[in-house]
Design a protein around this ligand. Structure first.
Ligand code: SF4
Length: 274
């Protein structure tokens, strides 16, 4: 485990903000103030990107696909689709090439963002994929689950109609399935279904992103990691897309605690599983 994870559980950053969408952008279904959606709308409206790529849940089942939004309307439509983990990078490369995108913002999980950052820093000779990715937004992530097994479990054990599930929220303490009813199950009860790689993953916020974003207490918290991202945020605010305020110390402490918790889990599992 690199030492800096212990010293800086959130990685390097410039500032941490609470970010909300203004009336200029009205995301229909985001749980957390719509900050990411509004920022992507600003980037696309101002031709700073020609597409935003994220993963979305299939209408049936819990499989996923890459979604590229090219307009403000499409971005707003895909809002809230961010929880999936997919064989992301292959699909993403394919999609970017097929759609001939030249400057993309990618919204992904910390492991995905880490991989894309590596592709940007050490590009493969035969691909210019990294150059086409302009902006990396990482979502906070505590882990993802083996879909089929977990769905069978909640169907058998809790009688949930899995075809009705519209949204799944994963927090450190519990997993909430929202469908015909809302079923909240303690994280510990489901931990055996978590992907093994996640148990060894120490990165909660996505230290290799330009901006990390997560929902804490119903608000979008953004960790801004470099000066360019800071400028973009200021411009987006100046243009009326978002409002920002400095994140309070208590919330930052909460995020740090979650990050440390994840680092500890990884430290425990890495020697056990490797
Ligand atoms: S816990 Fe880590 S490996 Fe698992 S999905 Fe999240 S970022 Fe990826």
């Amino acid at each position: 485990m690199p030492e800096w994870y212990q010293e800086k559980p959130l990685g390097e950053y410039e500032n941490i903000y609470v970010v909300a969408a203004t009336e200029k952008v009205q995301p229909k279904r985001t749980a957390a103030g719509g900050g990411i959606t509004a920022l992507l709308c600003y980037l696309i409206d101002n031709n700073m990107i020609d597409g935003a790529a994220t993963s979305a849940r299939d209408v049936e089942g819990l499989g996923g696909r890459i979604v590229v939004a090219r307009t403000r309307e499409e971005i707003i439509r895909t809002a809230g689709n961010e929880w999936q983990v997919l064989p992301f990078t292959n699909k993403l490369m394919e999609t970017i090439e097929n759609e001939d995108l030249k400057k993309v913002a990618v919204v992904g999980l910390p492991c995905q963002i880490h991989f894309i950052r590596q592709m940007k820093t050490f590009p493969l000779v035969e691909s210019n994929f990294g150059n086409r990715v302009q902006f990396l937004i990482s979502l906070f992530c505590y882990g993802t689950f083996a879909h089929e097994s977990i769905l069978n479990y909640i169907k058998e054990k809790h009688g949930m109609d899995i075809s009705s599930i519209k949204e799944i929220k994963v927090s450190q303490k519990s997993v909430k399935f929202m469908g015909e009813k809302t079923l909240e199950i303690p994280f510990g009860e489901l931990s055996k279904y978590i992907h093994m790689g996640c148990l060894m993953c120490p990165d909660y916020t996505g230290a290799f992103s330009d901006i990390s974003a997560g929902n804490i207490g119903g608000k979008t918290i953004m960790i801004v990691r470099n000066k360019i991202s800071e400028e973009i945020l200021r411009e987006a605010e100046g243009s009326g897309y978002i409002s920002t305020s400095k994140c309070d110390e208590e919330t930052i402490k909460k995020i740090e605690e979650r990050a440390v918790e994840k680092i500890k889990r990884a430290s425990e599992y890495i020697p056990r599983l490797l």
